[in-house]
Design a protein around this ligand. Structure first.
Ligand code: CTP
Ligand code: MG
Length: 583
């Protein structure tokens, strides 16, 4: 994996302090479940961009290649709960009895854990053969031969004297305090967006842990379906995942079907005897129900198992304690895997895409526009679609439409799932880069202006065609599902949540306009640029004032925005000038 970029922490002494006119208290803004202060020793190893080669000239890997490699790595990997006091050297020597180790890392999550990747799969068998099932004096154990182990010290006092300082890899998002400090010290708004991306993107270790968790769940599901595959999808693999995001898994039983479809010579065709159920949905519910039971009763480290089988897309939700991931297991969800691949391609096409998406996601989270609890709020997936749509609308476009990716597809890319055409070009290297050179600063400002004034009441967002279309129904926010084109991915969003998004977008556009005016003379400790956008909203404060009989917040901000627009031509010239000096 390429490690690139200057370490963020090493940049701190060079920072220039800046001043903003917005002076509001810094709160804890990025609350992900379990967020704590980041480990200062955290390595800066981006996962997405390294794989897609988006920041250097190496050929970009296809989504399927990345998935295959990672999956194969995960199958050679084990997870070990370790004693807190351990000698790393002795630990590695002990494990090397079973075969050479390719790499390893430690992390903390209610205890110390090690992720160890062997060079060969046989080493895992050897380790399992040398492992015993514990016996309990008061409780009974369910014997289960997994790749999740517990390591005990035979003689703790001996090891304690030799223990080395173990470097733990961080698996958590940075604290708000750290983020504000980084943003305050950045050199430009472009630099701020890129810093935020580096801080929040999944690390190499976190990505490995995600694939390993899927692989461990696959071992459990294989008790029923020996040829099944559990694949991660969603933000864990589409390069838009933030540290702390959930782990979406897809139980793929298609390989089983494929084996039985192998053509045989002669006059006979052999089929498995199977049970029939009235519909695909019922089959999905039955399969997930049994896997849910299995995870609950026998899955080491799987806790809080919930079977949510009546949802549009039935799923089993559980916590994987050792990795700390909140997992959603679905099956028969091949289209979602295809959308993950599409987003992976969009994320890899231009380095500005992920930076802008991460900032918009952090902005939305900071203002509680998104939530980890399902409800009437906008989702991260919808936000990503909105940003992609916006980038398709630039002149010249930064991202191609899905229809143009479909037109570039070859015969080998053809993909029809449940009657939906999911064809698009999968070889990233054959897509022409955009000629657009706009800065992230300009894009961020125009993103907020664009959606602060978007006709959500009559238009839908459609990344397939890259243009607004009339809304087919009265949902407040309509974002067409790129593959199941009759579905709206943001059907859940209420009018009031949409209004909140619009108000905040207008306010943010206004703040950035102000920023453009006075930033050069800045010299205080106050948050500026992107950091100012992450602070509690003025509009929220004004909404409270409205209750007390004052002017509506959105009207005020809209008026301000409109009055500022007349000056925007002049400001954009300034922005363009700054662009050439941005790193
Ligand atoms: N998905 C979809 N239609 C929806 C919601 C989700 O097709 N209405 C698919 C998308 O491929 C999405 C995946 O399911 O990426 C996982 O959904 P979710 O976890 O909600 O979104 P993520 O993209 O994973 O974002 P987050 O980081 O918030 O988990
Ligand atoms: Mg997700």
């Amino acid at each position: 994996m390429a490690v690139h970029g200057v370490g963020l922490l090493t940049r701190l002494p060079l920072c220039v302090q800046r001043r903003s006119r917005v002076q509001r208290p810094i709160l804890r803004l990025f609350s992900c479940p379990g967020t704590v202060a980041a480990d200062p020793r955290r390595e800066e190893q981006p996962s997405g961009s390294a794989e897609t080669g988006s920041e250097d000239k190496t050929p970009k890997k296809r989504f399927s290649e990345v998935q295959k490699e990672r999956r194969e790595q995960a199958q050679r990997t084990v997870l070990i709960h370790c004693p807190n006091k351990i000698s790393e050297k002795k630990f590695l020597k002990y494990l090397s009895q079973h075969g050479p180790i390719n790499n390893h890392f430690f992390y903390e999550s209610y205890g110390l854990y090690a992720v160890v990747e062997f060079c060969q799969k046989e080493s895992v068998d050897s380790l399992q053969n040398g492992t015993h099932t514990p016996s309990m004096s008061t409780e009974a154990v369910i014997p289960f031969r997994s790749r999740y182990f517990n390591l005990k010290l035979k003689n703790p006092s001996n090891q304690a004297s030799e223990q080395s300082c173990i470097q733990c890899s961080n698996q958590l998002p940075p604290s708000s305090k750290k983020v504000f400090e980084l943003l305050r010290c950045a050199e430009s708004i472009d630099d701020q967006l890129n810093s935020l991306l580096k801080e929040f993107q999944l690390t190499e270790e976190n990505t490995k842990l995600r694939y390993l968790t899927c692989s461990l769940v696959e071992d459990i599901a294989a008790a029923y379906f020996p040829d099944c595959t559990v694949r991660p999808f969603g933000s864990s693999v589409n390069t838009f995942g933030k540290l702390g995001c959930d782990l979406d898994m897809f139980l793929d039983l298609d390989e089983i079907g494929k084996l039985s479809a192998v053509k045989t010579a002669g006059n006979f065709l052999m089929e498995f005897q199977v049970k029939n159920v009235p519909s695909e949905r019922i089959a999905t519910q039955k399969i997930l129900s049994v896997i849910g039971e299995c995870l609950d009763h026998f899955g080491p480290g799987c806790v809080g198992v919930q079977k949510i089988l009546n949802a549009r897309c039935p799923l089993v939700r559980f916590s994987h304690q050792a990795s700390g991931f909140q997992c959603d297991l679905t099956t028969n969800n091949r289209i979602a895997l295809k959308s993950s691949e599409l987003l992976y391609i969009y994320g890899a096409l231009d380095s500005r895409v992920r930076a802008l998406v991460f900032s918009v996601r952090c902005w939305a989270r900071a203002h509680s526009l998104t939530s980890s609890i399902p409800g009437a709020w906008i989702t991260n997936f919808s936000l990503t679609m909105i940003v992609i749509f916006f980038l398709q609308r630039r002149s010249p476009p930064i991202l191609p439409t899905l229809d143009s990716l479909k037109n570039l597809a070859g015969a080998e890319d053809k993909c029809i799932i449940e009657g939906n055409n999911c064809t698009f070009i999968r070889d990233l290297n054959r897509i022409k880069p955009s000629g657009n050179t706009e800065t992230l600063e300009l894009l961020l400002k125009e993103f907020f202006e664009y959606f602060g004034n978007f006709a959500f009441n009559k238009n839908s967002i459609n990344i397939r065609q890259g243009k607004e279309q009339n809304k087919p129904d009265s949902s407040p926010l309509y974002i067409q599902n790129p593959f199941e084109t009759s579905l709206n991915i943001s059907k859940n969003v209420s009018q009031s949540q949409l209004q909140k998004f619009v108000d905040l977008a207008r306010e943010s556009a206004w703040i950035l306009q102000q920023e453009g005016k006075d930033r050069p003379s800045a010299s205080s400790n106050q948050p500026w640029g992107l950091a100012a956008l992450l602070l509690p909203s003025i509009a929220n404060g004004m909404a409270l004032a409205k209750k007390k009989g004052k002017k509506p917040a959105n009207e005020t901000v809209k008026n301000l925005l409109e009055s500022l627009k007349s000056n925007s031509a002049e400001n954009s010239t300034n922005t363009n000038r700054k662009r050439t000096t941005s790193p």
